[in-house]
Design a protein around this ligand. Sequence first.
Ligand code: ADP
Ligand code: MG
Length: 673
Amino acid sequence: MNLKSDISSVKGVGAKTAEAFYKANIKTVEDLIRRFPRTYEKFENIVCVKDILVNERNAVFACLYTDAKIIRYSNKSVVTVYAKDVNGDVLEVKFFNAPYLLKTLKKGSFYVFRGFVKKIGEKYSMSQPKMYKKEDYLKIEGKIGPIYSQAKDLSGNKIEKTVKEVIDLTRYIDDYLFDSEIDDLKLYPLAESFRSIHFPKDDNELYFARRRLVFEEFLDFYHMIRSDEALSLRIENDKPFIEVADLRLFEEKLPYKLTNAQKETIKDIVNDMTGPYLMNRLIQGDVGSGKTVVAIMALLLCAANNAQGALMAPTEVLAVQHFVNVKKFCEECGLCIKPVLLTGKMPAKAKKEALSLIKSGECNVVIGTHALFEEGVEFNDLKLAITDEQHRFGVNQREAFRDKGLMPHLLVMSATPIPRTLAMVMYGNVDISIMNELPKNRIPIKNAVVAGSYMKKSLEFIEKEVAAGHQAYVICPMIDESEEDNFNLKNVTSFTEELKEYYGERVRVTCLHGKMKADEKNRIMENFKAGNFDVLVSTTVIEVGVDVPNATVMLIENAERFGLSQLHQLRGRVGRGDAQSYCILMSDSKNEETIKRLKVLNETNDGFLIAKKDIELRGPGELNGLRQSGELSFALGDILNDSDVLMSVIDNYENLKERLIGREVRAIDFRTI
Ligand code: ADP
Ligand code: MG
């Protein structure tokens, strides 16, 4: 067997399993080795009940001294047993929706129970633990284990077992770096890295293994970009637009004065589109700096020049919001824009209609999600493509458009402060406009980092704000109870019920999450925006771009679960009007790093500073930390968190280039449109 062997030749992989592997795009041993773990878990040292860390995961060795009891309600059930450790201290253990355990859990049997523990009064209660025989647990105690994403008919465990069978073959992976280079670049050898990314000895080894593999990914990515010269050339603008009076008239009709930063950016855009080369511009503007209106003005210039423009948003909710906004401006200001909405989840009939309006050119502004432009939308005369990426990333879209025979001006809007070199890598030969100014009416948001015990006070505070005519968001990390292993995190469904009960008629509560149908989400957002609800409980679906200026409170539950930049985005949903706004970050975490991170938010509202701190505060200890940049689909690398690795790739590229010839580039699908 070697790296190129078919997956079906691995021990333990029968015909059926092989089929499942093929479906998951794993055809050879090498494909499997490149399927990296989604995350890792540490097997805690076994503790006694008295040494349990509350609100954390613990491994406790104990003996059942009762038989299991079950309580059933509607279609759910809870199985409860009681166990004692060597000191005779008691641990309550609960399992949700696992009635079959009634038979397995017998009085007198010993287990290592591993799960999250809460303290309720004097009682320690562990929910949904995994159970191990002691001798089995001792083999893994203190070690790190991989967790693989499951695929259809293929469990994470099966993947792990199969990887174990072939892991020794990693030693045949050639390294194209010399030993001295490996040392100089502070990298790990390639073969060793492939082994360690699956089965690391410790955090340190995992850190360096991952770093080397991220280096590989970025190198392939950079090589691909550099090999396609067309991506970095300036392209001549055959038909420059002419300046029109529409922009000035529109500006006069706006209900506010544009900031200087907005004016400068619009000037840059007009210069680009009326100039000799096609525009390729990135707007970097912090949350709330008013990027949308700038985009609308670019679309207006395009429409007034009888051409088509498109605005792409990262989420469905946001696409609809942009559409509603543009429409409102069209009606109020009599613009020559005829907008049409096109999203993946629209009913077939509406979609067909939209597609025909786009094809005929009857509509000159198309608003939709990124995904939409993967499908074969036929434009009449597309001359401008704007992507609103907020803090996510795409990359140079020139190539994707070129493949479709289109050569539009490109404008990307982002809230992430990425260094110039990085922007050049990602977006080609890009010009940058920085909007470093918030509209004048803004009052800085007041922040508080508090423990869960402040819940009642927070709810009272929200009630006060609502009584004064304002609205509030409450963010929970989970949608409902069914998300395993996370019972200790707040979920939208239960918390909405709790709030409805607590507030009664006084405050109108509704909720929103990603599992809802698109039109339901839109209806809820519109209702909230119209003021028909006071509190919106939601997951992070509202994280990007949502604009309800009347909302003044953002309460974030389990704030420790979110990355700094993500929290900053969430906070950016308030403070968008002229009233004082508040952000309450709630967390019971005792982890020092987490507290340090949350404090950063407490101290500043400056997104650029926060992004910088976020990177500084992430060390080797935070490997499973949250990915920031989402969209760009690297298997491991994160453009922002690993920007130093990318820089090192750029610095060494000239030197390595020759050796890359003939190398198979794989696993990167970096086109987002
Ligand atoms: P972002 O840059 O985060 O996308 P938006 O474009 O959504 O910000 O703008 C945030 C809010 O600020 C919106 O309600 C918008 O109408 C308002 N706004 C934009 N520009 C100005 C301005 N110059 N003065 C006052 N309010 C503004
Ligand atoms: Mg926006």
